[in-house]
Design a protein around this ligand. Structure first.
Ligand code: GDP
Ligand code: MG
Length: 451
């Protein structure tokens, strides 16, 4: 039976407002494992870091738990940005199995915190809240790398109270967004309550607790999602397109199912027709011990999910981040290409003959924007990836309905010739990096126009 229980490594995404500590937490998770003298065990991937289960349970001082968990570890996506989550798409949803929402305990919720939570709610992704920067709480006595409970015991009553007050405020904010939550050590049922873990990404306090809760969530809620078969054709998502010296255009991919081999035919999403090409090389980062070597990457013959890998192959120039990569068999590449194209068209094709025009920086963020606008019953005439161009302006200028003579741009800028053109037009442009703000601004504007 044990064989059937093979689960792949859950993929974890770190989300939250800028400067609240996403990068620091990832650095800490990596650094901690290295400091623990287990540098060999932690695996650096392209675009991700894998922390094996034994490091996590040891770090938590509970090595006996190693047999309790059946996931092999956790794979943290290394592109922390508040769009990483939506940009990492998989068929029918988000790529990440789990998330950490990080919030500065001294600042509380900010727009991107709220946006992150709304996204997680829509995708029903299990997550934990990291209340970061507890070391900045006045009077905090630092206990580097210790679990939260241990460090908390060493604090004065004042500090303990202050922490609880702050957590209570977070509980209130979460409640407003439809989540019941509690300090994690008071949560009895993680299915009903979100755990809030006070941490310091700077000192490492509470970081072990976060890892442990993520393991628990994976085990409890994801078992069926994580079951996988290495014999399946490899399936992944394009994280980034990168030019590499001597390799040409490469794609960094997170593989979340099956196996990918050198020489495989793959189909990769693109704005036009999907690309059908052959894997020339599969590349992994060199281990730290080989850092002196000239070449940054090490070539391997095959990789199995979940893993981050760089693919070198011809014709990848037009690959699109956030789209699918799938291994094709001897005769089904065209069929897969058609499927990938249809998936993309569900996001980019106009939903109505009239409506607003939208632009976003990635296919994933465009999808998020389409979803939110649809929920608000705001029709979309045209949806595209990229900065606002001269052509966008010309097209929108031809729309007669003033409420739809509008461009909503999410996380994009306006190209200079578009800027010039817009001065001589009646078009209204909304630009920003928070979806719900953009939508509120548009709705407010429409309301004003109607008055
Ligand atoms: P990101 O924008 O969410 O990736 O945030 P960063 O990880 O870049 O952190 C923003 C700033 O906060 C940096 O100057 C960090 O050194 C600092 N910072 C992050 N976590 C902590 C923490 O736990 N304690 C303290 N004192 N500073 C922190
Ligand atoms: Mg950062």
């Amino acid at each position: 039976m044990a064989e059937n229980k093979k689960l792949r490594t859950p993929i974890v995404c770190v989300m939250g407002h800028v400067d609240h500590g996403k990068t620091s937490l990832l650095d800490k998770i990596r650094g901690t494992a290295v400091v623990a003298g287990e540098a060999g065990a932690i695996t650096q991937h392209i675009g991700a870091t894998e922390v094996p289960i034994d490091i996590i349970v040891n770090k938590c001082g509970q090595p006996q738990l190693i047999n309790k968990f059946i996931v092999p570890g956790l794979l943290f996506i290394d592109t922390p940005g508040h769009h990483a989550f939506t940009s990492l798409r998989s068929r029918g949803g988000a790529l990440a199995d789990l998330a950490i929402v990080i919030v500065d305990i001294n600042e509380g919720f900010m727009p991107q915190t709220i946006e992150s939570l709304q996204i997680l709610k829509r995708f029903k992704t299990p997550f934990v809240v990291a209340a970061n920067k507890i070391d900045r709480i006045p009077g905090w006595r630092t206990n580097p790398e210790k679990p939260f409970a241990e460090s908390f015991k060493n604090q004065s009553e004042n500090v303990q109270q202050l922490i609880d007050t702050r957590i209570y405020e977070l509980v209130g904010e979460l409640y407003k967004l439809g989540f019941n939550s509690e300090r994690y050590d008071r949560v009895t049922d993680f299915q009903k309550n979100v755990g809030i873990v006070p941490i310091s990404a700077a000192t490492g306090e509470g970081v072990a607790d976060i890892l442990m809760i993520l393991l628990g969530l994976a085990q409890k809620f994801l078992e069926s999602n994580l079951r996988f078969d290495a014999n399946n054709p490899g399936t992944g998502t394009v994280l980034e397109i990168k030019e590499e010296k001597g390799l040409g255009t490469t794609i960094d991919v997170i593989l979340y199912d099956g196996t990918l081999k050198k020489g495989d035919t793959i189909v990769v999403g693109s704005l036009g027709n999907p690309i059908i090409t052959k894997v020339r090389a599969l590349l992994k980062p060199r281990p730290l011990t080989e850092i002196q070597t000239e070449e940054k990457f090490k070539s391997v013959n095959e990789v199995t999910a979940a893993i981050g890998v760089k693919i070198a192959a011809p014709s990848l120039e037009k690959a699109l981040a956030g789209t699918a990569v799938r291994v094709a068999g001897s005769d089904n590449a065209d069929e897969i290409a058609k499927e990938i194209k249809t998936e993309l068209e569900q996001v980019t094709l106009p939903t109505g003959s009239t409506g607003v025009a939208i632009k976003a920086d990635t296919i994933g963020s465009l999808e998020a924007l389409v979803n939110e606008l649809t929920k608000e019953e705001i029709p979309i005439r045209k949806a595209g990836v990229g900065d606002i161009s001269h052509r966008d302006i010309v097209e929108v200028a031809a729309i007669e309905d003033p409420y739809y003579s509008v461009i909503i741009g999410f996380n994009v800028s306006m190209l200079p010739d578009a800027r010039e053109k817009i001065q001589s037009s009646e078009i209204k442009v909304f630009m920003g990096n928070i979806i719900y703000r953009l939508i509120d601004d548009y709705k407010d504007w429409v309301k004003k126009q109607k008055e």
